[in-house]
Design a protein around this ligand. Structure first.
Ligand code: ZN
Length: 136
Protein backbone atom coordinates (compact mmCIF):
# COMPACT_ATOMS: atom_id res chain seq x y z
CA UNK A 1 0.00 0.00 0.00
CA UNK A 2 2.84 2.39 0.99
CA UNK A 3 1.16 5.67 1.96
CA UNK A 4 3.28 8.77 1.24
CA UNK A 5 2.58 10.30 4.66
CA UNK A 6 0.01 10.65 7.40
CA UNK A 7 -2.44 13.03 5.79
CA UNK A 8 -4.19 13.84 9.05
CA UNK A 9 -5.09 12.72 12.53
CA UNK A 10 -8.78 13.04 13.34
CA UNK A 11 -9.60 14.06 16.90
CA UNK A 12 -13.11 14.04 18.33
CA UNK A 13 -13.87 17.06 20.52
CA UNK A 14 -16.97 18.26 22.33
CA UNK A 15 -16.41 21.92 21.61
CA UNK A 16 -14.63 23.07 18.48
CA UNK A 17 -14.04 26.67 19.61
CA UNK A 18 -12.51 25.67 22.93
CA UNK A 19 -10.25 23.07 21.37
CA UNK A 20 -9.17 25.46 18.60
CA UNK A 21 -8.06 27.86 21.32
CA UNK A 22 -5.81 25.14 22.79
CA UNK A 23 -4.21 24.29 19.45
CA UNK A 24 -3.65 27.96 18.64
CA UNK A 25 -2.69 29.44 21.99
CA UNK A 26 -0.77 26.56 23.56
CA UNK A 27 0.61 24.67 20.58
CA UNK A 28 0.96 27.77 18.42
CA UNK A 29 -0.69 26.25 15.37
CA UNK A 30 -2.98 28.16 13.06
CA UNK A 31 -6.48 27.04 12.17
CA UNK A 32 -6.63 27.60 8.41
CA UNK A 33 -10.01 26.07 7.61
CA UNK A 34 -13.32 25.34 9.29
CA UNK A 35 -15.76 23.25 7.33
CA UNK A 36 -19.08 21.59 8.04
CA UNK A 37 -19.61 18.19 6.44
CA UNK A 38 -23.34 17.75 6.53
CA UNK A 39 -23.64 14.07 5.61
CA UNK A 40 -21.11 13.19 8.33
CA UNK A 41 -22.84 15.45 10.87
CA UNK A 42 -19.58 17.13 11.84
CA UNK A 43 -17.88 20.48 11.89
CA UNK A 44 -14.14 20.26 11.30
CA UNK A 45 -11.19 22.54 11.97
CA UNK A 46 -7.80 22.04 10.33
CA UNK A 47 -4.23 22.77 11.39
CA UNK A 48 -1.07 22.03 9.47
CA UNK A 49 1.88 20.38 11.25
CA UNK A 50 4.59 19.70 8.69
CA UNK A 51 2.97 17.52 6.00
CA UNK A 52 0.32 16.32 8.41
CA UNK A 53 -2.92 17.94 9.43
CA UNK A 54 -4.77 17.84 12.68
CA UNK A 55 -8.49 17.53 11.99
CA UNK A 56 -10.70 18.43 14.94
CA UNK A 57 -14.19 16.98 14.70
CA UNK A 58 -17.18 18.34 16.58
CA UNK A 59 -20.49 16.57 16.20
CA UNK A 60 -23.44 18.60 14.96
CA UNK A 61 -25.86 15.80 15.93
CA UNK A 62 -25.60 13.41 18.88
CA UNK A 63 -26.79 10.61 16.56
CA UNK A 64 -23.90 11.21 14.15
CA UNK A 65 -20.74 9.06 14.15
CA UNK A 66 -18.68 11.56 16.21
CA UNK A 67 -21.52 12.14 18.66
CA UNK A 68 -21.79 8.40 19.25
CA UNK A 69 -18.03 8.01 19.51
CA UNK A 70 -17.76 10.69 22.22
CA UNK A 71 -20.69 9.21 24.12
CA UNK A 72 -19.02 5.79 24.15
CA UNK A 73 -15.35 6.64 24.49
CA UNK A 74 -15.08 10.32 25.31
CA UNK A 75 -12.96 12.87 23.49
CA UNK A 76 -9.73 11.81 21.87
CA UNK A 77 -8.08 10.38 18.77
CA UNK A 78 -10.77 9.14 16.42
CA UNK A 79 -8.90 8.07 13.29
CA UNK A 80 -5.64 8.19 11.37
CA UNK A 81 -5.66 9.06 7.68
CA UNK A 82 -2.99 7.90 5.25
CA UNK A 83 -2.33 9.66 1.96
CA UNK A 84 -2.35 7.19 -0.92
CA UNK A 85 -2.48 7.22 -4.68
CA UNK A 86 -5.03 5.23 -6.69
CA UNK A 87 -7.34 4.86 -3.73
CA UNK A 88 -9.66 2.43 -5.54
CA UNK A 89 -6.77 -0.02 -6.02
CA UNK A 90 -5.69 0.40 -2.40
CA UNK A 91 -9.19 -0.43 -1.18
CA UNK A 92 -9.24 -3.52 -3.35
CA UNK A 93 -5.83 -4.50 -1.99
CA UNK A 94 -7.05 -4.10 1.61
CA UNK A 95 -10.16 -6.15 0.90
CA UNK A 96 -8.11 -8.90 -0.74
CA UNK A 97 -6.08 -9.02 2.46
CA UNK A 98 -9.15 -9.69 4.54
CA UNK A 99 -9.67 -6.16 5.80
CA UNK A 100 -13.26 -5.13 6.43
CA UNK A 101 -14.13 -1.96 4.52
CA UNK A 102 -16.53 0.65 5.83
CA UNK A 103 -16.56 2.29 2.39
CA UNK A 104 -16.29 -0.11 -0.51
CA UNK A 105 -15.83 2.88 -2.83
CA UNK A 106 -14.28 6.28 -2.14
CA UNK A 107 -16.50 9.24 -1.31
CA UNK A 108 -15.90 12.97 -0.93
CA UNK A 109 -14.50 14.07 2.40
CA UNK A 110 -13.34 17.38 3.83
CA UNK A 111 -11.15 19.60 1.64
CA UNK A 112 -12.34 17.84 -1.51
CA UNK A 113 -10.34 14.69 -0.87
CA UNK A 114 -11.48 11.23 -1.93
CA UNK A 115 -11.69 9.19 1.25
CA UNK A 116 -12.60 5.70 2.44
CA UNK A 117 -12.52 4.08 5.87
CA UNK A 118 -11.27 0.67 6.97
CA UNK A 119 -13.05 -0.93 9.90
CA UNK A 120 -11.16 -0.74 13.24
CA UNK A 121 -12.12 -4.33 14.04
CA UNK A 122 -9.80 -5.50 11.29
CA UNK A 123 -7.08 -2.84 11.73
CA UNK A 124 -6.11 -3.56 15.34
CA UNK A 125 -8.42 -1.01 16.88
CA UNK A 126 -7.51 2.01 14.76
CA UNK A 127 -10.19 3.50 12.56
CA UNK A 128 -8.13 3.99 9.41
CA UNK A 129 -8.87 6.40 6.60
CA UNK A 130 -7.28 6.32 3.18
CA UNK A 131 -7.35 9.56 1.26
CA UNK A 132 -6.28 10.82 -2.08
CA UNK A 133 -6.05 14.34 -3.35
CA UNK A 134 -7.05 13.97 -7.00
CA UNK A 135 -6.70 17.70 -7.57
CA UNK A 136 -2.95 17.38 -7.24
ZN1 ZN B 1 -10.40 12.22 8.44
Amino acid sequence: MKPSHIEHIGIAVKNLDESIRYYEKVLGLECYNIEEIKDQKVKTAFFMVGDTKIELLESTDSEGPIGKFIEKRGEGIHHIAFAVQNIEDKLKHAEENGIRLIDSAPRKGAEGLDIAFLHPKSTFGVLTELCEDKNK
